[in-house]
Design a protein around this ligand. Structure first.
Ligand code: UTP
Length: 293
């Protein structure tokens, strides 16, 4: 059976987006007409994922409510002649099973993934960050490509990368590129948030991964690193040093990662999605153009 399980960590505090995130999850922030995490779930479903395991934490119940089927709301829309709005709830019918587990202390992304160990057990799985969208309207096929590569090469891990401007390398995990093989490359190392001057490349981890369950053993052995958190990057780096076959795949041309974890990037994402909205995009852009003259 192919990889059909994704772990979606959504337990982070989102402090860089305060005060927005004081009482609402950053993963529920609107980007155009949908909350971030809905794009993530739709992208994964299109890539063949059939089980979504969210790692949640305090104040995140809005995410669970969002994916529940709200029969009362459906009935009231029908009774009030608002049937056209039912279309906006189509996502409730996605063919996926939802699993929710908790990260009981916010000790970083690596620790969040470790919290899903008893759900994953021995199977290979995808990790998709709940605060990042890939491609406008999440039409990306990168996860499907990553799963195919993972299976073809019998890799231990496959990671998506995006080239970022030099001054942004210190916000992400950055690749040291090893042997290049057509449309993918072997990873010689992965460094968490390097200084600009010391960065091995401009290839930043783009919020999507496929792993063998052996990852958990490396996460268990990872001491707290930068920010007093258990860093996923440190575990992957240790795996590479131990001989793990870790591959990198760049996002396709025109595919972009929208990181909703900081304001500059969130604003850009909202603008991009609003301007390309099928219904309101054109009038929104007319308004923007009028402001520019
Ligand atoms: P970030 O690395 O942006 O961390 O999370 P954060 O804690 O949410 O944000 P700041 O730094 O306080 O602003 C990337 C993804 O990993 C999840 C987040 O919910 C987000 O979807 N995450 C992060 C966890 O699930 N648990 C954590 O302890 C940290």
């Amino acid at each position: 059976m192919g990889v059909d399980l994704a772990v979606v960590p959504v337990a982070g505090r989102g402090t860089r987006l305060l005060p927005l995130t004081k009482s609402q999850p950053k993963e529920m922030l609107p980007v155009g007409e949908k909350p971030v995490v809905q794009y993530v779930a739709e992208e994964l479903e299109q890539s063949g994922i059939r089980r979504l395991a969210f790692v949640t934490g305090p104040g995140k119940t809005a995410i669970e409510n969002h994916f529940d089927i709200d029969s009362e709301l459906i009935l009231s829309l029908r009774e009030n002649g608002q049937e056209p709005l039912l279309e906006t709830l189509e996502y409730e019918r996605m063919k996926v099973e939802y699993i929710y587990t908790r990260q009981r202390r916010q000790l970083g992304l690596g620790h969040a993934i470790l919290s899903a160990r008893s759900v994953v057990m021995e199977q290979p799985f995808v990790v998709a960050l709940g605060d990042s969208i890939i491609g406008v309207h999440a039409q990306s096929k990168v996860v499907k490509q990553m799963i195919d590569l993972f299976e073809q090469c019998r890799a231990d891990a496959v990671i998506a990368f995006e080239e970022v401007p030099k001054e942004e390398v210190s916000q992400y995990g950055i690749a040291t590129v090893g042997k290049e093989q057509g449309n993918y490359f072997e990873l010689a190392d992965l460094v968490e948030k390097p200084d600009v001057a010391e960065s091995p490349s401009r290839l930043a981890v783009a919020a999507r991964y496929v792993f063998r369950a052996e990852l958990f053993e490396y996460l268990e052995d990872t001491a707290t690193g930068k920010g007093n958190e258990i860093q996923l990057t440190d575990a992957i780096s240790a795996w590479i040093r131990a001989g793990g076959n870790v591959l990198g795949i760049p996002l396709a041309d025109g595919e972009q990662r929208f990181d909703i974890g900081n304001y500059p990037s969130y604003f850009k994402a909202f603008f991009e999605f609003a301007s390309q909205d099928p219904k309101y995009g054109e009038s929104f852009m007319e308004y923007v153009r009028r402001q520019m003259v």
